[in-house]
Design a binder for this molecule. Structure first.
Ligand SMILES: Cc1cc2nc3c(=O)[nH]c(=O)nc-3n(C[C@H](O)[C@H](O)[C@H](O)COP(=O)(O)OP(=O)(O)OC[C@H]3O[C@@H](n4cnc5c(N)ncnc54)[C@H](O)[C@@H]3O)c2cc1C
Length: 412
């Protein structure tokens, strides 16, 4: 038998950053709030941990960069959100005609970026096309970002704003046709196409040619945050954000219960009853006027008895702790190359081949991945260690392929 527990105005299920934000806003508005979390810790995918046994360095196992958390939300929540800009946007090692080189994109592309494009592509047109696209994207980001916290815009309202700020071509390229068309038309170089394309693939599992435009949606999320599309490093690691949210939630009176897994929700005349299990197997009911479900849609569907397909994760993440950063054959300073996103095997064709192979349940010839060093932008995560962190993010690696292995160095 489940035991009823005194009612709350709001029950929030899920103690990730979205659940914490919702709980703080509701409690700050005078509601009595109970937050239920399945795991022993709050933070969900933002949790920062000492992930290397016996070492004090703290890193997140999942999310690591911030772009979609607006400053005005942090201010309204009453938390500090210190962020650092990375000096490099990306570096892509290349080997052409047996010659090791690489494409550097600075955070604000200037002379070094222009020279790097010219050396790789043998002319000025790819850099011009890059500046054109990212200029249009910046105008779109500035026009759309202020609406991310307001009532959701209709498609026609978004269309008006995008065309007004960035022009008809960008609207067509991003909202009306698969992203592949824009990449193939605007750029001639496979490496350059791939670098642009990765923002459409990180966090999703699809082809750039897919008519559903899933890749386009992913691209938009990556390009409009904070009105600039810049992804910044949270000082203290992503865990510092979840710690700040957790402390604020307690300060505004949110009641928190961890180690409690919700498995059913019943609608009543007064609102809802949320039911679940403690780690010891005890069953409890929590009545409330409102439920805020800060969990994946498939979890909510399960409580409501709706059949839905559980998505398969398609990304691989490896956290490393190194005595020193690897040297690159191109001779670039590793402190520049690893400060941003380093793209490995992420040419346009390699990305498409890897998707086709993994969609067929196989590990392809290429393992597109990106590598990034958090400690170059923020040494505080090292907690005094003389080391560097490296994080590898592998694309198109669904779990069903995980029994297969592929040997070989990822970084030369
Ligand atoms: C490898 C990886 C890297 C990523 N990198 C970034 C990044 O750099 N930047 C970025 O912005 N985004 C990144 N993301 C995406 C980001 O992590 C998610 O968008 C974000 O975590 C969603 O937050 P959330 O609070 O909605 O969910 P979550 O963080 O997933 O939290 C959900 C919480 O609900 C709890 N829960 C689930 N079911 C129940 C239940 N039945 N009862 C009680 N509790 C339950 C879970 O334990 C969890 O704590 C990344 C994602 C992954 C997987």
């Amino acid at each position: 038998m489940s035991k009823p527990v005194a009612g709350h105005d709001v029950v929030v299920v899920g103690g990730g950053h979205n659940g914490l934000v919702a709980a703080i806003l509701a409690a700050s508005g005078g509601q009595s709030v109970l937050l239920l979390e399945r795991s022993p810790h709050l933070g969900g995918a933002t949790l920062g941990e000492p992930v290397f046994a016996g070492r004090p360095t703290r890193l997140s196992r999942y999310s690591y960069l911030v772009s979609l958390f607006p400053d005005d939300l942090a201010a309204e929540l009453g938390i500090a959100l210190p962020l650092a800009s990375r000096i490099t946007s990306s570096y892509t090692p290349t080997v052409r005609d047996g010659h090791a080189s690489g494409l550097l994109v600075e955070r604000s592309p200037g002379a070094a970026t222009e020279a790097s494009f010219a050396a790789l592509t043998g002319g000025a047109s790819e850099f011009r096309a890059w500046q054109q696209l990212y200029g249009e994207l910046a105008a779109m980001a500035a026009a759309l970002a202020p609406h991310l916290r307001g009532p959701m815009l209709r498609r026609t309202q978004v269309q008006k704003r995008v065309i007004g700020a960035a022009g008809q071509q960008l609207w067509t390229d991003l909202f009306e046709q698969p992203l592949s068309e824009m990449l193939l038309r605007r750029f001639a170089d496979d490496t350059v196409r791939g670098i642009v394309a990765t923002d459409a693939l990180i966090g999703t599992f699809t082809s750039l040619t897919d008519e559903s435009l899933l890749a386009n949606r992913c691209f938009l999320y990556h390009l409009i945050g904070r009105g600039t599309g810049e992804w910044q490093v949270p000082i203290g690691g992503m865990g510092a954000l979840s710690d700040a949210l957790w402390e604020r939630a307690r300060a505004v009176g949110v009641q928190i219960r961890t180690n409690f897994s919700v498995d059913a929700v019943t609608e009543t005349a007064e609102g809802v009853v949320v039911t679940g299990e403690t780690v010891r197997g005890g069953r409890l009911n929590f009545p409330a006027a409102y439920l805020l479900a800060a969990v994946a849609p498939v979890v909510l569907d399960g409580w409501r008895g709706v059949d839905s397909v559980k998505p398969v994760g398609s990304q691989l993440k490896v956290n490393m702790l190194l005595d020193r950063l690897p040297q690159l054959a191109s001779g670039i300073d590793p402190a520049i190359a690893f400060a941003g996103t380093m793209h490995l095997e992420e040419g346009y064709e390699q990305l498409e081949q890897a998707y086709r192979a993994s969609a067929a349940g196989e590990v392809g010839e290429h393992l597109p991945s990106e590598v990034y060093c958090h400690s170059l932008s923020d040494t505080s995560i090292l907690n005094g260690e003389r080391a560097h962190t490296l994080t590898l993010f592998g694309l198109h690696t669904p779990r069903r392929c995980s029994k297969q292995t592929r040997r070989g160095p990822l970084v030369r």
